[in-house]
Design a protein around this ligand. Structure first.
Ligand code: PLP
Length: 429
């Protein structure tokens, strides 16, 4: 469920016509629905309520401080993967005791930042990192709280570029050797191994991987405790999928059904790190058509949202629903099946102005004829959209707007040409 709906053939975000926002703030534009953000967070909070979990919103998914603050003010903590993300979480007002510090390559400086801040836990992913964290903690006279991140070696479950729990990926401690690593730090004066972490990959459209991961996880917790580690936390990461094509995603309750009994059995406190599930379908990317053209029998819609704004199609061959903001009479209005031919549509490629053949938002997609100035909505663009944006081709980053009811406000201004070179100024030869 989201709050992007067509009323009388006009796309609205909550009670605001999307075309009005595009006219006021320009394009390309990210538009977020506050009601959707809060309902998605609430759905997870409700589904997992029996375990009273710490829900750490994954900052990397969409790090806008206004969105993070909304999450924090509604009970969430934050999951961060870098010093920069920790800075964002703290700026958004997140209490440190609700922050998990993840990431496969934390520098000493980042570890010091996390320890100085007093984060809840570091998710540690290698023997070398465990050693380094112990050294940094020693130098600060502190004890670092640690959750060991295990790679549980499960069958493939999502796109190869976003699967983090198959054997041989860079993530986590190999399940075959994690106990040896843990044995080496029993009684370490500056490390407290108090949790087990796993983040299986994303997006995941079945509860099975969680079931399989937990089966192995419960045995590991037992073994770690036997070694003398006080395991109190079970962190199941994020990964809950969303509806990119149609109704393919599971409700949070389907994951809770699998996770809750295992958490109870483990006697641990539950931590979750959802990102996509909360913000993915709460965001829309709007582009304005610049030209149409034909080339080699292919039809192109060239509009002003590009791979530098939303790289998921280029990077992962991802599918995003795309439809005109104001479909003409004779055209269907969503919800529709985007993968079949509809009246007054034909196969087209939606592309941006970036100088790469890989710059596309949709390929061979049934869409109506477009004309200069038309607005196209790219749905479910709230997660890994703006967060992965770049200045490639010296394109300024898009603006972001947050809508609640009939109100809207800018939460990130469009960058300027001056922003593009700001970090290069005052650098002398
Ligand atoms: C990316 C990531 C998440 C969030 O994943 P979603 O699929 O967006 O929920 C959570 N935890 C860790 C460690 C991650 O790297």
């Amino acid at each position: 469920m989201d709050h992007f709906t067509y009323r009388n053939r006009i796309l609205h975000c909550e009670d605001v016509p999307v075309a009005e926002l595009a006219a006021k703030y320009g394009t390309p534009l990210f538009i977020y629905s506050q009601a959707t953000l809060l309902e998605n967070l609430k759905e997870i909070q409700t589904a997992f309520a029996p375990a009273a979990p710490t829900i750490c919103y994954s900052i990397k998914t969409n790090g806008n401080t206004h969105i993070a603050r909304l999450m924090v003010n509604n009970g969430a903590g934050c999951d961060v993967t870098s010093g920069g993300e920790l800075y964002r979480a703290l700026t958004a007002g997140c209490p440190p005791e609700r922050i998990c510090f993840a990431g496969v390559g934390k520098t000493d400086e980042e570890m010091r930042y996390g320890l100085g801040t007093g984060v809840l836990m570091f998710n540690v992913e290698s023997h070398a990192e465990l050693h380094a964290l112990g050294e940094v903690a020693k130098s600060m006279g502190k004890v670092a709280p640690v959750a060991l991140r295990v790679n549980p070696d499960l069958p493939p479950k999502t796109h190869a570029k976003t699967d983090t729990s198959v054997k041989g990926v860079k993530f986590g401690l190999d399940i075959d050797t994690i106990l040896e690593v843990a044995q080496g730090v029993v009684g370490h004066p500056h490390l407290r191994v108090q949790g087990l972490h796993m983040h299986l990959g994303s997006p995941i459209l079945s509860a099975d991987p969680y079931r399989q991961g937990l089966e192995k996880g419960l045995k590991l917790i037992e073994a770690l405790r036997k070694q003398g580690h006080p395991i109190e936390y079970l962190n199941m990461g994020g990964g809950f999928g969303i509806n990119y094509r149609k109704q393919e995603a599971l409700p949070a309750s389907a994951f809770a059904e699998v996770i809750l009994p295992a958490v109870k059995q483990s006697g641990c406190k539950l931590v979750l790190e959802p990102g996509r599930f909360i913000v993915g379908n709460a965001g829309l990317l709007v582009g304005r058509v610049i030209f149409t053209k034909e080339s080699g029998g292919k039809h192109y819609i060239i509009q002003d949202a590009a791979m530098n704004d939303l790289i998921r199609p280029t990077l992962y061959d991802s599918f995003h629903r795309i439809w005109p903001v104001a479909p003409e009479v004779g055209l269907a209005t969503p919800p529709i099946d985007y993968e079949i031919e509809m009246a007054n549509t034909f196969k087209q490629n939606v592309v941006g102005p970036v100088c790469e053949s890989g710059d596309f938002l949709a390929k061979d997609r049934y869409l109506p004829r477009a004309k200069r100035g038309d607005l196209l909505a790219v749905f479910s663009a709230g997660a890994y959209g703006m967060a992965m944006s770049s200045n490639y081709n010296s394109r300024v980053r898009a603006a972001e707007v947050l809508v609640t009811g009939d109100k809207h406000r800018l939460i990130r201004r469009r960058e300027t040409f001056a922003d593009l070179i700001a970090a290069e100024e005052h650098c002398t030869a």
